[in-house]
Design a protein around this ligand. Structure first.
Ligand SMILES: [Zn+2]
Ligand SMILES: [Zn+2]
Length: 367
């Protein structure tokens, strides 16, 4: 493949965007493989050249370094599954409304040999709310939803089990229908799967009365979903095959379950760490210093465990106290995050006479 893109499009190195566009349209029209005398290889070359020269950044890069990005196929919105010969389209720019159509026609034509199969069931999306405690311990939730399920009368076949098959009248048993489409570049034949027989070429003489031939009916689905400990808010669980039933026994879609972890009244979560605020009265702090055993400073963890905090004499109360391993479990691996206790020292609202006197004595004693 020649890689002088300017030569391929027959334009000068300093050609304007408009000149390039014009040259491309003319050549693409001329060499389109669906046209008489069309040339698939040439058509690909032209497209590749245009792909680069019509993009300001790519063109600048090409001018400087030559053809460095050769062969990147299947860009966003591109044609997955069609990547022979470094054939990479990118139609994000979309200044050719009618160009998309022509390629669609072109590709459908090329895939013509391959008969269509029945449509897969659609994927579904749902949201499941859980509490932070449930996220901590893991939980199993039953999810119920309305969905297209396989028709039980015909087991998803769409026809009576004793039905005989006749040739489809719409497509004369070919399974596909040829249509001519008008586009900017002219008329092109397009091959589509026959809607009557869904590309099979045959139709049953007796359709299932329950599902009128589709093989699916509206029904309820109920599945149990295991949510693992440590799951994060916004994480998605994919349940393969739990989506809509496919047409006439085709594969089911999947269910994507968005997990929302409800905000907690006491604990804030930061990745796998938990943060909690603990009010502490000055007098309790003094009592703790005097005798830790008799006056422990306790906290209840997310696991519901009562824990005596270990506050060392050099601990600064304006900093959080780290309690290792009392945070959230790491998702899908061992270990846990930490718990950080933020202390808020509260002063007494009022003091009676006796309290004041005792405090005065205490001060003297401690000096
Ligand atoms: Zn047909
Ligand atoms: Zn049925």
């Amino acid at each position: 493949m020649s890689n002088d893109y300017y030569k391929i499009l027959g334009v000068e190195k300093n050609a304007s965007d408009d000149d390039i566009k014009k040259a491309y349209r003319k050549l693409a029209h001329q060499h389109h493989p669906d046209k008489k005398g069309g040339d698939e290889k040439k058509f690909k070359e032209i497209n590749e050249a245009y792909q680069t020269l019509s993009n300001k950044d790519k063109r600048a890069q090409y001018d400087r370094f030559g053809n460095t990005t050769h062969g990147g196929a299947g860009g966003p919105g591109g044609f997955g599954g069609f990547s022979q010969g470094g054939f990479g389209f990118d139609f994000q720019g979309g200044d050719f409304g009618d160009l998309g159509d022509i390629f669609e026609a072109f590709f459908e034509g090329m895939n013509g040999q391959k008969r269509r199969t029945y449509a897969h069931g659609s994927d579904m999306e749902m949201t499941q709310e859980i509490t932070l405690e449930e996220a901590y311990a893991g939980v199993e939730k039953t999810v119920s939803y309305k969905v297209n399920v396989r028709c039980a009368s015909c087991n998803g076949l769409g026809h009576d089990t004793k039905a005989t098959f006749l040739q489809c009248k719409k497509c004369d048993g070919r399974g596909e229908v040829r249509e001519t489409r008008s586009t900017f570049f002219g008329n092109f034949a397009q091959v589509k799967a026959c809607v009557e027989c869904h590309g099979v070429g045959q139709v049953p003489d007796k359709r299932c009365a329950t599902c009128s031939g589709s093989g699916v009916v509206r029904g309820d689905k109920k599945i149990a979903v295991k949510i693992l400990p440590g799951i994060a808010d916004g994480q998605i669980i994919k349940m393969v095959g739990a989506g809509e039933a496919g047409e006439r026994g085709a594969q089911e879609g999947d269910l994507f379950l968005h997990v929302r972890v409800r905000p907690h009244a006491t604990f804030a979560r930061q990745d796998d760490h938990l943060i909690v605020e603990r009010e502490i009265a000055l007098i309790d702090l003094l009592a703790y210093v005097a005798d830790r055993e008799a006056h422990p400073i306790a906290i209840t963890t997310i696991a519901g465990k009562k824990l005596s905090l270990d506050i060392s004499s050099d601990f600064a109360f304006n900093k959080p106290l780290k309690v290792p391993g009392e945070g959230m479990p790491h998702f899908n691996r061992t270990g846990k995050g930490d718990l950080f206790v933020h202390f808020k020292v509260v002063q007494p609202h009022k003091m009676n006479k006796d309290a004041k006197r005792l405090l005065e004595e205490l001060r003297k004693e401690m000096r």
